[in-house]
Design a protein around this ligand. Structure first.
Ligand SMILES: [Zn+2]
Length: 405
């Protein structure tokens, strides 16, 4: 078993109660009569992985959409043209295929963004609500409607989907201010909605490399003004990479002080950003190390999986952890905190209750043939068993048997 707080490995037993919670952790727990036991033979046990930024409405559309120019604006336009003709059933089937692929690889919680308005209305949102119901006993799914750039200028009486998108059961409100005509007005619009419906904010913030038009300070100011410290997450923050070191430090400190979490998304950043560079192509990631040093909670997530934004992706968060280490210039001593970026940090940012490898937590666990988290991340073992609420949802446990007296 693993304790992620100290990266210390201990060999011990884990007892799971009938409610699917961990009831005891320790050496040589005596099996109770009639309770199934499994001999893990020293395999590594870690909490289920948490992927806090995906786009399940877009996933697996790579082969359905005419290829774009592989820029972010090109991918947005290509998906927009397609989304008007996408059916709810097809979207649901694609989303479910990716959710199951993630689950088989050890992810037990996903937060997905979903387009609303424009061409698609609430179709994607409703499909994902249905998916959430369908997978309720296997996967924790949080859903964040992405408000389109034009939303602040629309009349709510004719664009009822704006309020409905949140009122129907969204877990947060999202959007990408950089694509709005007036980014500050759009930011305020999102915070207004969050305040009205008492939901957190999950932004696509400055997914570009133009240091002259970032909105970090505006997002920080709004978070403070509205008293939303600890309830705001900023995905991407790529423009931070374009700022001078002194500005990076002051923005990072302000983000930490405002309790804003950051999610780095290496797949999309590496694929989409920096394509206009004629030499020394940038990586596109935010300043992961500087943010961590300032005390910002930094998670890593998949973002898009097999669509015009990112044509690849298996749904394996261990793969994302590897890319984060390489692309963010983390080091060989950083495996522990990189693992935290795909487990405990996003769990906290998503407000997941009863998470972790401790007594009282829900038994959402990944069991794999690995020596420790460094081996888990670097080797990405294929043989994985996933438990949710103490029940096996993927893989097979060896020697399962009921204890008898
Ligand atoms: Zn995204």
């Amino acid at each position: 078993m693993l304790r992620t707080d100290t990266a210390r490995i201990e060999t011990c037993d884990i007892a799971i109660g009938p409610a699917g919670r961990i009831v005891q952790i320790g050496p040589a727990i005596a099996p109770q009569a009639g309770v199934a036991c499994a001999d893990l033979r020293g395999r590594l046990v870690v909490p289920g992985l948490v992927d806090m930024h995906q786009h399940l409405d877009k996933t697996r559309t790579r082969g359905l959409i005419a290829s774009s120019d592989a820029s972010l604006t090109g991918a947005i336009a290509a998906y927009d043209r397609f989304s008007g003709s996408d059916s709810r059933g097809d979207l649901l089937a694609r989303a479910e295929a990716t959710a199951n692929a993630c689950l088989a690889r050890g992810t037990t919680a996903i937060r997905t963004h979903v387009n609303v308005g424009r061409n698609s209305g609430l179709r994607g949102l409703q499909a994902l609500f249905e998916l959430r119901e369908r997978l309720a006993d296997r996967l924790t799914l949080q859903i964040v409607p992405m408000m389109p750039a034009e939303a602040p200028g629309l009349d709510p009486s004719t664009a009822s989907w704006i309020n409905d998108a949140i009122a129907l059961g969204a877990d947060a409100v999202g959007g990408a201010p950089a694509h709005a005509e007036n980014p500050d007005e759009f930011l305020k619009f999102l915070f207004d909605l969050a305040e009205r419906f008492a939901v957190p904010v999950d932004l696509h913030l400055d997914e570009h490399l133009d240091g002259a038009r970032h909105r970090f300070r505006e997002a920080i100011a709004l978070t403070r003004q509205r008293g939303m410290q600890g309830r705001v997450v900023a995905g991407h923050c790529s423009a931070l990479a374009a700022l001078a070191q002194s500005d990076v430090q002051s923005v990072a400190q302000a983000l930490a002080d405002a309790g804003i979490g950051v999610v780095t998304l290496p797949a999309a950043n590496l694929y989409l950003l920096g394509r206009d560079a004629s030499r020394l192509t940038p990586r596109g990631l935010t300043r992961v190390k500087e943010l961590m040093t300032a005390g910002v909670a930094v998670a890593a997530a998949s973002d898009n999986i097999q669509d015009p934004f990112v044509p690849t992706g298996s749904g394996d968060l261990l793969e994302i952890a590897r890319w984060t280490m390489l692309a963010a210039h983390l080091g060989a001593g950083d495996f522990g905190r990189t693992f935290d970026m795909i487990s405990s940090v996003p769990a906290k940012l998503m407000g997941l209750e009863h998470y972790g490898l401790q007594v009282g937590a829900r038994a959402d666990l990944l069991i794999a043939e690995a020596d420790d988290v460094a081996d888990l991340i670097s080797s990405g073992p294929l043989d994985r068993v996933v438990l949710v609420g103490g029940k096996i949802v993927a893989g097979l446990l060896p020697l399962a048997r009921a204890a008898a007296r």
